[in-house]
Structures are given as structure tokens and as C-alpha cells.
Write a protein that binds this ligand. Structure first.
Ligand SMILES: [Zn+2]
Ligand SMILES: [Zn+2]
Length: 341
């Protein structure tokens, strides 16, 4: 397998989007059904019980979930090119080739042993490569400028697989671009050190992981409160991400990782979920006013852009971008009047 095969495979998946989504939601349904059987310690056989496990009626009556479904197709248009993990691997290989052409082989080449090469390439793509997204997500919580866009993802008051695509398009595009550039740079450097091309084994692992993370994202944004126990430290699970969607600030500024939580572990922002702890999802009234302005297209698309523009103006005129939850809270308190007006 070469990077061209993987790219063609993903382009084919995008070209057959309904089939691709059916497979993704199908896998999610199997996992949600399995979880419900495990919890109730019986095999659910009646259609009513199965539907209740996979798509509970109450959940799909929640206003934010209904809104997520309404705008899902539009969100996909933005999310797909921005989240192109495979695209960054493709450009990394081009970067490595350019480096070899310009600099020659590195002075201390690692290339040689296929297993060592595979490990370095997978480590660079999955672990080092995820730092760009982690950093942007952290900035989304800790600076008023980026919170003005990112809060849209957090105003979901209930979670469904459709909520995985919920996010302001500018937040998605900026985050996707930073993640793309960062992963291209670190994976390009790793490839330069390991011979310039991915090993077939690395590409197979990365292709499977890319598929797995799509299902993981749908599952993490579902109603299924599944924790992997100790393994939450290695692979982000639903309850681990539900903590991040909690309205309580002691939870929300935690668990930034989307696929592997290694950076949360290293930077002390990991909050291991306790299945007994009750979580209230969404934002607080003092942050967005009473009622949720993000249940209408204007509140969801336009208001965050205006906030972002205002914060940019404040920065340009010398206003400091104070980091920390207090700054975010002060800024969101100021917006309250505008939203409830
Ligand atoms: Zn967040
Ligand atoms: Zn989320």
C-alpha cells in the first residue's frame, strides 16, 4: 500500500458519502446496543427496546439535538475537508521528498529496519501529530477570542452522534488548518528521518485508526455513558468526553484530547470520569443568557462571528488577551446582555 492508495480509498469514501455514513452510524448502533445489553444484563430482543437503546425518543426531542440534525449536512461540507487526516499524511510525504531533494538524507538516518520505521511513523502521526489540535482546543477554552467560536460546540444540552459535527465553521476551519500544518511538519520530519515514504504497515495502521476515530467521535458524542476504566488514559471514551461537555467549569476545562488523551495526561488537564458523578451538559445561563441562542441559524452562525470580530478589534487596539477561565467568564458575562437583548 502507498499513500496514493490510502488517498484514493478516502476520496472514494467521500464520493459515496451516504454509504460511508451508513457504515459509521451502523457501527455506532451496534456499540450502543451492546452497551445497553451489557448494562441491563439481558439480550434486548424487542424492537422497542432496541430503538430505546440506540436512539432514545427523549434524546431526539431535545432542541439542540434537533438543531444538530437540521444543520448536519451543511456541517459535513465543512468538516470533511478540514478534518482530512489523510490529506496531512499525503502532504507530509511530499514535504519529506522535498527535504531529501534539498538536504539529502539526514546525517543520522533512522531508516533501515521496517518495524522501527513503522513505529516512528505511527508515533509521529498519532501522538506528536495530535498536539496541534490539542493546543487549538486549549486556546478555544482559555482565550475569549477563540472561545467566541468554540462555545458553539459546548452549547449542546444533550449529545447525539450528530453533535460530533456541531461546531462553528470558522472554529472547524481554523482548528483543521492548524492541525493539518502541524501534522504535516512533524510527520514530514519523521518521514525524512525514516527514508521518505510510509511503510505499508504504517499506512495500514493509520488507515484503520482514521476509520476508528470517526466511529470514536460519533460514540463520544452520543448518549452512551461508556467508560473504558483504566484504558480511558489511552483512548478517549464517551464518558471521558462527556466530562468535557459538562456545564461545570471544573470539568469543562479538562479532557481536550479527541483521539488519544496523551497531551491531557502530560499537561495535567486529564479528568478521569466517575460513572457515579452526575453531569449537566451545555453552558450556564450567565454565559449565554437564558434560552439557547444557538438553536437558530443566526445565533449559531452570525453571533459568534461578531463576537470573534469584536475580540479581534479589542486585541488590535491593545487590549490584552488575558488567559484563564476568569477572562473567559468576564467576556461571556459581557455578552449576556447582547444575547438576551
Ligand atoms: Zn471544548
Ligand atoms: Zn465534543
Amino acid at each position: 500500500m502507498t499513500i496514493h492508495h490510502l488517498t484514493r480509498l478516502y476520496l472514494a469514501a467521500y464520493a459515496n458519502l451516504p454509504v460511508f455514513l451508513a457504515v459509521m452510524f451502523g457501527l455506532f448502533a451496534v456499540l450502543a446496543y451492546g452497551f445497553a445489553c451489557f448494562r441491563q444484563r439481558r439480550l434486548l430482543a424487542r424492537w422497542r427496546d432496541i430503538l430505546g437503546a440506540v436512539a432514545p425518543a427523549d434524546l431526539y426531542k431535545a432542541p439542540t439535538v434537533r438543531f444538530d440534525i437540521r444543520i448536519f449536512w451543511f456541517q459535513l461540507l465543512v468538516v470533511i475537508p478540514a478534518g482530512a487526516f489523510v490529506g496531512s499524511l499525503y502532504s507530509a510525504e511530499r514535504l519529506a521528498r522535498a527535504l531529501i531533494a534539498a538536504q539529502g538524507a539526514p546525517a543520522i538516518p533512522l531508516a533501515g529496519h521496517p518495524i522501527a520505521d513503522t513505529l516512528v511513523q505511527v508515533f509521529a502521526s498519532v501522538i506528536l501529530g495530535s498536539f496541534g489540535a490539542f493546543l487549538f482546543h486549549y486556546a478555544g477554552h482559555r482565550t475569549p477570542l477563540f472561545w467566541s467560536l468554540h462555545k458553539v460546540h459546548h452549547s449542546a444540552e444533550a449529545l447525539s452522534p450528530f453533535t460530533a459535527a456541531r461546531g462553528h465553521p470558522l472554529d472547524t476551519l481554523l482548528g483543521g488548518s492548524i492541525s493539518f500544518v502541524w501534522r504535516t511538519a512533524v510527520v514530514g520530519a519523521a518521514l525524512w528521518l525514516t527514508g521518505g515514504v510510509f511503510t505499508p504497515a504504517a499506512l495500514t495502521i493509520l488507515g484503520l485508526l482514521a476509520m476508528a476515530t470517526l466511529v470514536q467521535d460519533a460514540l463520544n458524542h452520543s448518549h452512551v455513558p461508556l467508560s473504558y476504566g483504566w484504558f480511558d488514559r489511552l483512548w478517549v471514551g464517551p464518558l471521558f468526553h462527556h466530562v468535557h461537555h459538562s456545564a461545570d467549569l471544573k470539568h469543562r476545562d479538562k479532557n481536550f484530547g479527541g483521539g488519544v488523551p496523551v497531551w491531557d495526561w502530560l499537561f495535567g488537564t486529564m479528568y478521569l470520569p466517575d460513572p457515579a458523578e452526575a453531569l449537566r451538559l451545555g453552558l450556564n445561563d450567565h454565559e449565554i443568557g437564558e434560552g439557547n441562542p444557538h438553536n437558530a441559524v443566526r445565533g449559531y452562525m452570525i453571533e459568534p462571528m461578531m463576537d470573534f470580530w469584536r475580540e479581534l478589534g479589542r486585541l488590535a487596539s491593545g487590549g490584552s488577551q488575558r488567559p484563564g477561565g476568569d477572562a473567559v467568564r468576564a467576556s461571556t458575562r459581557a455578552r449576556r446582555a447582547r444575547y438576551s437583548a
